[in-house]
Design a protein. Sequence first.
Length: 152
Amino acid sequence: MQVPVYAAALLSVFFQVQKRYKKAYSWPAINTIRKLLAKHHGIHKSNRTIIRWLVDLGEKRLIKRVQRTRRDKVLGTVFQSTLTKITKKGYKVLAKLGVPVWNALKKVFSKKRQAKDVYNVPELTPVPMEDRITLKEIRELRRIGKRGIAPA
């Protein structure tokens, strides 16, 4: 598979960001991607061109992009930078270009997950009805602040 120069540069940028933070994904902003492309690859392009390239890489299944959002009471849905993950096909392209991807991936995924000890789970006791707090009381506590005790 013949890949354009920009694809190799973008994959390299994403891989280096992932490697730096020891994650299997990254979410650099478009401006950050533009600065890294200029610094490490000598590619000076506009934000819109980089967005076109990212869409093209997504269509070629070299990367997977997920739009990140958060909910705000005043603003509603607030968009954040897009999470980007290099696919298996993308890693193969990087490997063909001579990037030592497999050793870096071993370091990312070698974190051993500790098994949860099932026998040391504390017993859950039900809370009596008179000790439960209502939603109205929770709102009152939040309104008052973190003083600890609400006025009677």
